[in-house]
Design a protein around this ligand. Structure first.
Ligand SMILES: NC(=O)c1ccc[n+]([C@@H]2O[C@H](COP(=O)([O-])OP(=O)(O)OC[C@H]3O[C@@H](n4cnc5c(N)ncnc54)[C@H](OP(=O)(O)O)[C@@H]3O)[C@@H](O)[C@H]2O)c1
Length: 328
């Protein structure tokens, strides 16, 4: 299957190229970048030298010739591509926020008009596999909502309050440097940001509701001086207390047979470079503390996008995603 990656010079695009090297059915034939058109992919991604001879190109949306397309571009850019690609018959996963929320919610949260809206399944495969299977277009979830929702999902219906406290590595902000990501502003420090107003909260609330939860949901992110990873501590205040054994049994049952969810004490370095989400639980009766760890660029972006592609196309769900994590 011929694959195109729009936004291939970015972090998520680079991860798509890396992971797809080991896919048994998919070959990357187009890697786009406006700024790097004509230059070898390895000029931007030196770790991929010897794996691909591709050069970046910059085709118009209607001229992208591929069976499957990943949109790894910023929000508001993806909506310029999706319609034309789908009309041309390609299957598409969008990694941006453009199709994760209903139109009116998107416009309110992101403060911009949506110029080409249609509905797409929200692809957290462990929770919505049946909605993704066989579809032509799937919206890939945000990185924070992926780790947070997987942490809370088994207790969603029992929860009165869900409070997510997340720590993210700096690659979550993409390849474009800014004052926030400038080395002296990040190194040796930990900063809370968007304490009560991060845009991913809308996705978190949407997914709890989809799981039948009536819980009040809150979220505060923190930037920590690591490249990759999101560690989320979910404080789940229950309607009725539950003991440790009961909670553990619930999580074991909920995630039974899920290749990418491992129930063990989470740490960022144990998932780095992989599509795993590690989850640990500890109950003190009324409050259950659930900690999850993902790699923001893999389970939080490119890896989950490939997982969705595999389900859409009927391939083994872990094809291209069996690379072991890299520790330390
Ligand atoms: N980083 C993460 O951890 C993460 C996690 C989950 C989801 N995402 C989402 O995935 C998408 C990509 O993120 P990223 O971190 O890889 O960003 P990035 O490193 O900034 O890369 C963005 C890519 O999109 C291209 N691009 C930018 N504006 C464009 C436009 N208007 N039209 C076409 N191409 C454009 C860029 O190349 P040119 O400018 O040269 O064209 C570049 O290849 C974003 O929507 C982001 O929110 C990222």
């Amino acid at each position: 299957m011929d694959v195109a990656i729009v936004g291939a010079s970015g972090y998520a695009g680079g991860e798509l190229i890396r992971l797809l090297q080991t896919h048994s059915e998919a070959e990357v034939v187009t890697a786009t970048s406006r700024a790097l058109e004509g230059r070898p992919v390895s000029s931007q991604h030196p770790h991929l030298r010897g794996y691909t001879d591709l050069a970046f190109s910059n085709p118009a949306p209607g001229d992208i010739d591929a069976d499957f397309v990943f949109l790894a571009v910023p929000h508001t850019a993806a909506m310029n591509y999706a319609g034309a690609l789908l009309e041309g018959g390609a299957r598409v996963v969008d990694l941006s926020a453009d199709y994760r929320l209903p139109k009116a919610v998107f416009e309110a949260v992101y403060g911009v008009p949506h110029t080409d809206y249609f509905e797409a399944p929200y692809g957290i495969p462990e929770l919505r596999r049946d909605e993704v299977r066989g579809k032509q277009f799937v919206s890939n979830p945000g990185c924070f909502p992926t780790g947070a929702t997987l942490a809370a999902a088994p207790l969603a219906r029992q929860a009165a309050y869900v409070i997510y406290d997340s720590k993210t590595g700096v690659s979550g902000a993409g390849d474009n440097p800014s004052a926030t990501t400038h080395y002296p502003n990040v190194a040796d420090g930990v900063n809370a940001y968007k304490w009560t107003s991060h845009r991913h909260l809308a996705e978190m609330k949407q997914e709890l509701a989809a799981l039948g939860s009536s819980a009040h949901c809150f979220f505060t992110p923190h930037l920590v001086p690591v490249n990759r990873g999101i560690l989320t501590t979910a404080h789940i205040i229950l309607k009725e207390p539950m003991g440790q054994e009961e909670v553990e049994a619930l999580y074991r049952h909920f995630y039974q047979g899920e290749y990418f969810v491992r129930l063990q004490k989470p740490t960022l370095s144990a998932v780095r470079g992989s599509n795993f989400c590690d989850i640990g639980v500890e109950s003190e009766g009324e409050r259950v503390v659930v900690v999850s760890a993902i790699d923001n660029l893999v389970k939080g972006a490119a890896g989950q996008a490939i997982q969705n592609m595999n389900i859409m196309c009927g391939y083994a769900e872990n094809d291209g995603l069996k690379v072991p994590p890299c520790l330390p």
